[in-house]
Design a protein around this ligand. Structure first.
Ligand code: ATP
Ligand code: MG
Length: 392
């Protein structure tokens, strides 16, 4: 819902604001650059200014700009607004215009905030703004004020140099600006969980390098296609960055693994996978691995088995979905646009033994594991198809 003459978007950030002023300034700069890139990637005209602990987009398309801001990590909320002079008359005029355009009965409220020096305060804006709205619509409606549960809120932010009037605030993803943390390798399988996990890592500031293990006859082109789709969707949240999928040809190694292992197979498979990811991380300067594992979701994802599999790599394994139920993960996947209805039976289900162990002792896993498992991982990592050139 746009106020008439809308020409800007007020963009708020959250966790960035709890940092020291120097760190905050750097993060705001990164957030600004990311928002500029997001607007550019979507062809939305506009410039982005850093102001009073917020960002301000000046644009001829505030709806599209607010949408772009709402997909930018670090943004808590975005309001498409009209900017006016920081004077009572200009503000009440803008409120009256917005009321004539959008009020269609019911309870309303005026919610003003103010910073700077003016000859009025926020209560004055609430009162006089409320009167202006009332007078604008009383000829046609029987208006009602309800500050606690309004049907329509007219918001005002008054700053030293200008004031903003808006009717709507969209939620952003929150988190930290992408690029304010070091990168991680994201293991993406083509399933539901792993894209959500990668997205959560990005939300906290880490760019990710998506890595898919091609499991040969245990996987399939449909899985790979799905993993590629995931990488493309993640890339939409990271405009200008290279998010092409890296593919590790693991079919032969996994075949050998299934021939040589029994009940501990899935644990050795995970140890192998982390090891491949570790080598790729070294290659790309990533400092950890992110997976879509959740506590108890599968036999290999028990507390006891995490303790065994994590020993395969010196890198931290991040599991942002650790505490989530499948239904919660699915809901999030829908929100971020990585969910697909026809869900595939992704790779590792096809190589699971009939009775996998849920609490395998570390010694028995290592004893049953091929001695050269980590060498296979090295070879597979060396054979990863690297994206030919980095996209601008
Ligand atoms: P997903 O977890 O992606 O929905 P899934 O639940 O079938 O699929 P799991 O067996 O739970 O997959 O695997 C746990 C995690 O291991 C995945 O979330 C992903 O991070 C990683 N993983 C599994 N298979 C692959 C693969 N073929 N390539 C890359 N990563 C994989
Ligand atoms: Mg899973």
């Amino acid at each position: 819902m746009l106020p008439p003459g809308a020409d800007s978007v007020v963009v708020r950030h959250g966790d960035v604001g709890v940092k020291s002023s120097q760190v905050q300034a750097n993060m705001e700069t990164t957030l600004r650059e990311n928002l500029v890139a997001m607007l550019g990637a979507r062809g939305v005209p506009g410039t982005v200014e850093r102001e009073w602990g917020r960002l301000l987009v000046r644009t001829s398309d505030p709806t599209a700009a607010a949408d772009a801001a709402a997909d930018t990590f670090g943004v808590v909320s975005a309001s498409p607004a009209v900017s006016v002079a920081p004077e009572m008359e200009a503000i009440t005029d803008a409120l009256a215009d917005a009321a004539r355009e959008h009020y269609d009965g019911g309870a309303f409220a005026v919610d003003a905030r103010r910073a700077g020096e003016h000859d009025f305060d926020s209560h004055d804006v609430n009162r006089e703004g409320g009167d202006a709205v009332w007078q604008a619509v009383e000829g046609e409606f029987d208006p009602e004020v309800d500050l606690d549960d309004p049907d329509l809120t007219f918001s005002v932010e008054v700053r030293q140099e200008e004031a903003f009037v808006f009717l709507e605030t969209r939620d952003g993803p929150g988190g930290m600006p992408l690029g304010t943390q070091k990168p991680l390798v994201a293991l993406v399988s083509g399933g539901i969980d792993s894209p959500v996990a990668a997205w959560e890592a990005m939300k906290r500031g880490s760019p990710v390098v998506p890595l898919y293990l091609d499991l040969g006859r245990f996987g399939g082109p449909d899985h790979r296609a799905r993993a590629e789709e995931t990488a493309r969707r993640l890339a939409e949240f990271a405009p200008g960055e290279d998010y092409r999928l890296r593919v590790a040809p693991a079919g032969d190694a996994v075949q050998r693994l299934t021939e040589r292992t029994g009940r501990t197979r899935m644990l050795s498979y995970r140890r192998f996978m982390y090891r491949v990811a570790e080598h790729v991380a070294e290659d790309v300067g990533a400092v950890g691995i992110v997976t879509g594992e959740a506590m108890g979701q599968k036999s290999s994802q028990t507390a006891a088995n995490f303790a065994v599999v994590d020993g395969a790599t010196a890198l931290p394994i991040h599991r942002p979905l650790f505490s989530l139920d499948k239904q919660e993960i699915i809901a999030r996947a829908r929100e971020i646009g990585t969910y697909r209805d026809s869900t595939l039976d992704v790779g590792c289900n096809r190589l699971a033994p009939s009775q996998p162990l849920t609490a395998a002792p570390a010694e028995s896993v290592r004893k049953d594991e091929p001695d050269d498992l980590f060498e296979w991982a090295r070879e597979v990592a060396d054979a990863v198809e690297r994206p030919a050139e980095v996209e601008a």
